[in-house]
Design a protein around this ligand. Sequence first.
Ligand code: KG4
Ligand code: ZN
Length: 340
Amino acid sequence: MVNQRLLTLGIESSCDETGVGIYSSEDGLISHKLFSQIELHAEYGGVVPELASRDHIQRALPLIKEALIDSNIRLEDLTGIAYTAGPGLSGALLVGGSIAQSLAWGLGIPALGVHHMEGHLLAPLLQSDQPQFPFIALLVSGGHTLLVEVTRIGEYKILGQSLDDAVGEAFDKTAKILGLGYPGGPALAKLANQGVKGRFNFPRPMTDRPGLDFSFSGLKTFARNTYINFPKEKANIAKAFEVAATETLTIKCRRALEQTGLKTLVVAGGVSANISLRSTLNDMAKKLDVDVFYPAHEFCTDNGAMIALAGHFRFLSGQRNDHYEISIKPRWSLEELQSV
Ligand code: KG4
Ligand code: ZN
């Protein structure tokens, strides 16, 4: 264990958001900054990896500078730099990795590549009301849908995952079918608010058989076919999609909780911002006497604060990488992580 005051800079650049955060062992999160590339990619209807990398290069250093000024910290005060090493887009990850390793080398402090999904998973620990280990984590983002049994930080057992599209991806693709903008998740959720529940009934994929895996690509096809037949009922289609997706996630969470006997559920990742998902999960949890924890709204989607926090826990346990090699892992399973 390290006793000195730790000041960890976190850098997130795995996809279309440049995020930085500074986490202090004494004062918690002291600053975080985010630049979203939504406008940049909107005209293409999805993330263009090359444009994402170029933009991360332009944004990262000014954001770091802003975060330092904001928290009244000098660059030399930092004790470690954490960056998202994966999973994510290679070029985008390399930007965060290069900046983190170069800065750390210049300052003579360690840099550490952390797992993006561990960042999401730990984001609720940025709040004062924190989940206690062990717990079940439902991680729902644009790239992943995972049900994880979490014994402690770094000890993760994947109980279930999506066999095709991630749930956020299914939100985005369905939104695109309905002619909504990018990213589609929030736009689809907004439209669904105007829809009537029960007008259309979409399937709850893979809930009629045992197991905790998911499949969301069929829902998008169901939405497309319904839209072809009922082009004037966009809001009702959005509603039917959202209800089916959220109920499917809830059924699998209930199963995971019952199967393990755990009484705490953590829900994180971009889709955890969805109000309808939160309300369905909260109802289920109440019946099972389970406590549910979500990140603050701003830390559901990608951000640098969660990367600073994940890095902080790892530096605290003495993990460090002194070789300053710019290593990334575009494909990386949570189960490969070292426990802390
Ligand atoms: O965690 P995140 O920012 O990035 C990845 O790691 O992928 O998640 C982004 C995903 C996108 O698919 C986006 O449409 C979805 O989260 N999302 C939502 C909502 N807010 C973001 N989906 C449904 N309802 C929302 N309110
Ligand atoms: Zn993410």
